[in-house]
Write a protein that binds this ligand. Structure first.
Ligand SMILES: Nc1ncnc2c1ncn2[C@@H]1O[C@H](COP(=O)(O)OP(=O)(O)OP(=O)(O)O)[C@@H](O)[C@H]1O
Ligand SMILES: [Mg+2]
Length: 309
């Protein structure tokens, strides 16, 4: 469906409540925001991309697929015959212990790493073997929110978010500032528009990184450990943003996380990597019910249960 801005029924609130001040109202605000109709922002963010009509289901077809992907670093096989798909509009959570290749999988999808074996498709297009120029086209559709935010240190919050808009061109300064205002409001950074990234907390930097990722108008957003090193309230807020992007704008997301509660809230499907292999790929419910001992251990181990002295 080509977007017709007169028909857009999706949108985002102008601002979110400050979670530090009113954590209990955040989930209400997130729920209510689903009903907010703001055609302008949806059009601003999505341009001519497909957007969801109210109550409309997203047609399911693979937006991302890995097929029999293996990747070696030297002698070490880090990914071993990994296959999975993510349908358009769905959220895949990649889970697994440290060092199993979760971040490597995301970097492959961005074209930063090239696996020796296997096929990786984005909306049907094979990307393994694409030139850097071809990959740049893919990175307009697939963007990544890095663990450290990867913001430009010498640019303010506002300028960081404006960067992809300026790079893309086609908007005058007023339009750029309007979209920037909305995006930083969306992620709750509208009180620090002129701050430099170094002066912000990790959670704030990550929120700004999400705003900057959205400014590039992607169809797929990859998040590497969005909730590590932030407090539970910020984690919930980031989760709310990711969820809203999916519900309202039909974004496809891949979220790498250790945080099972976060995964349970967001995931349509789960990829569980163990020793480089896809030990599980399927719906969240089946994952939670899996008898696989490695999965059970992952689900039930309490990191804070210390051995008795
Ligand atoms: N560029 C690289 N060169 C060599 N080895 C690499 C490279 N990138 C990743 N690796 C190795 O691949 C393995 C998987 O790394 P990866 O970063 O994907 O783990 P992860 O599952 O994301 O772990 P964590 O949960 O700790 O972030 C590690 O052993 C890592 O050292
Ligand atoms: Mg990692």
């Amino acid at each position: 469906m080509a977007a017709d801005s007169s028909k857009l029924k999706v949108g985002m609130p102008e601002t979110l409540p400050n979670p530090e001040e009113a954590p209990e109202v955040l989930s209400d605000a997130v729920d209510q925001s689903v009903k907010v109709i703001d055609t302008e922002l949806a059009a601003d963010i999505m341009g001519d991309n497909p957007t969801l009509e109210e109550g409309e289901e997203v047609a399911s077809w693979p937006m991302i697929s890995f097929s029999h992907v293996s990747m070696w670093f030297g002698e070490t096989k880090t990914l071993d015959n990994v296959s999975f798909t993510v349908n358009r509009g769905e959220t895949l959570c990649i889970l697994g212990r440290s060092g199993v290749g979760k971040s490597v999988a995301l970097r492959i999808l961005m074209g930063f790493l090239k696996p020796q074996v296997g096929s990786i498709r984005v909306d049907g297009e094979e990307i393994n073997g694409l030139t850097e120029e071809g990959m740049q086209q893919i990175r307009k559709r697939v963007t990544m929110v890095f663990q450290n935010g990867a913001l430009f240190d010498s640019l303010t919050v506002r300028e960081n978010v404006a960067f992809p808009l300026r790079e893309r061109g086609g908007m005058d300064e007023d339009q750029i500032q309007q979209v920037v205002d909305r995006l930083i409001g969306l992620v709750g950074a509208d009180d620090v528009p002129d701050a430099l990234p170094a002066s912000l907390s990790t959670g704030r930097r990550r929120a700004v990184a999400i705003a900057r990722a959205l400014a590039s108008q992607p169809e797929v957003v990859l998040y590497d450990e969005p909730t590590t090193m932030v407090d539970p309230i910020i984690a919930r807020r980031l989760g709310g943003i990711i969820q809203r992007l999916k519900k309202q704008l039909g974004f496809t997301s891949i979220v790498v996380t250790h945080d099972m509660r976060f995964a349970e809230r967001l995931a349509d499907s789960v990829l569980f990597l163990h020793e480089g292999r896809a030990a599980f790929f399927g719906p969240l419910k089946a994952f939670l019910a899996s008898p696989d001992p490695h999965i059970q251990q992952f689900l039930t181990l309490d990191a804070y249960q210390l051995p008795l002295a």
